[in-house]
Design a protein around this ligand. Sequence first.
Ligand code: GLU
Length: 479
Amino acid sequence: MENIDKKVITRFAPSPTGFMHIGNVRTAIYDWACAKKNNGTFILRIEDTDKAREVEGSIEHIIKSLKWLGLNWNEGPDIGGPNAPYKQSERLESYLKYAKILIDKGFAYADPYTEEEVEIMRKKAEEEKRPFLYRDHRPENPPIWDGTKPLRFKVKDIKSYEWDDLVRGHLKAGHEALDDFILIKSDGYPTYNFAHIIDDLEMGVTHILRGDEFIASTPKFLSVYDALEIKRPEFVILPPIMGTDGRKKMGKRDGAKDVLEYQKEGYLPEAMINYLALIGWSPVDEKEIFSPKELIELFDINNIHISGGKYNDEKLDWVNKEHIKRLPSDVLEKYVFEWLPVELQNKKIIPLIVERISKFGDIKIMLEGGELDFFYKDPIYTKDKLIYKTTTPKQTLKNLEEAKGALVMTEESEFTKENIKAILMELSDKLENRGQLLHPMRFAFSGLDKSPDPFILSEILGKSETIHRLDNAISLLNE
Ligand code: GLU
């Protein structure tokens, strides 16, 4: 990566206008990975200058989301840092300082017009079929800026801008993108266009990672960097996240939901990081499953994709399942037990659950479907359920009695799924069809049309309960 001689500083700069959706989270992941990879600094900055759009509680929500994911920042509103404060609404003095520099250099002026006056100018431009530009209406003698009027930037150099983006390469935009935009609004707050530049400067940000919706405004940003004679950071445009059909950017209406919803549904934070990192970036070796720590090692801005990546729930579920499989047993137990009633909190049941879920919330569905009831209560079923295809009740009874005889002889300590499988396979191999024995056994244990195999079920139930359930089935067949 470029800039290896200089400390890498990235910032995640959300506006507190609602929850964090996967698009915001992915930007945060890349910012975090980029900083950590280079032993740099990752800053959390809150861009709260649009008071009308602010949603109460969003800052806490953003912090909670990032903490759940484990994307730890080195500087931020909650922990401070050398460039505090980290909320734009508390940094107004900085913006004022640079606004004054721009005024002194002749790069900013107080906008004297009322809304009505602007409306008249706009209408006239429309009638004359030309675009309405503020720069065509610069006041000859602007009033002294006292903060009650918007402060506008004065673009002196109406020219084409060119810049390099670390992902998109060489980019250009014509002068039509330039106009006298607002630096500070009449409410005293700066615009994004101005504030982020000042913050990035003061915080020493070296790499700005953001979405492609910012490309069009880049000439504006460049004109401010030039006016202040400051160095531009590296620009890194991230590819959009497309909806599952790949046609348009994923929005709230297409299911872009609050990242904390994923927590509620029982996804693992490390799986979210893994999956979201892969929408728009891939490691050189195409590795698909990695821990956050491995992501830091693998991450490279040069491998960020140019074109958009599709969001896909099924792939997320697959990645999540892979992470579940890799959890150390004590951690796995903790997660699983959180979703189970006390009577089911038994280690033996864990492998069976893990095999059937892709996120912990699926346990709830298993419970609701009665899939785990067999574990703590005798299944209730009718005789016919025990009979496999064309087998007779008599034959089924004989098979179950034989199996019982063999299992009774098995030592308690030998009652493992492997041993049970060996015993039952030997018996069922003698039959026309294995199902003639394995089906009634499975059913006698679980009472379910779909369930794991009888070997695993009997290991989970243990010897005495297994025999007890076989006895129940035998009595039913004897009726
Ligand atoms: N506050 C901006 C937003 O939430 C951040 C853009 C940037 O990263 O510069 O869209």
